[in-house]
Design a protein around this ligand. Structure first.
Ligand code: FES
Length: 106
């Protein structure tokens, strides 16, 4: 499988380089790496605890959020225009290097 690496900035401002794979969800890579993301629903777009901010350079490269994701983001805290649920970001080759910041915990 092809790799799709992520850059993830944690809540202390530290950047982590994560090795991901095409086809995975960004949330799964972040969680498996051990960064503090709750992802309580396991990726079903039902909890909003996988909230991240997408770096400005990458926002337009993502598939736009579904209505379901937009509705769920209403439940998240500190939502910004670049907020996404990381379980709804499926990694592709084009997203190699995707940069996101973990949103504050609610
Ligand atoms: S993991 Fe629950 S909405 Fe993403």
């Amino acid at each position: 499988m092809e790799s799709c690496n992520l850059q993830v900035i944690d809540r202390e401002g530290k950047t982590h380089e994560l090795e991901g794979l095409v086809g995975w969800r960004a949330m799964e890579v972040i969680r498996d790496y051990g960064l503090p993301i709750k992802a309580e629903c396991g990726g079903c777009c039902a909890c909003a605890t996988c909230h991240v901010y997408v770096d400005a350079a990458w926002v337009d490269k993502l598939v736009p959020a579904s209505d379901e994701e937009i509705n769920r983001l209403d439940d998240a805290f500190d939502v910004e225009s670049n907020s996404r649920l990381s379980c709804q970001i499926i990694l592709t080759k084009e997203l190699d290097g995707l940069k996101v910041t973990l949103a504050p915990e609610g």
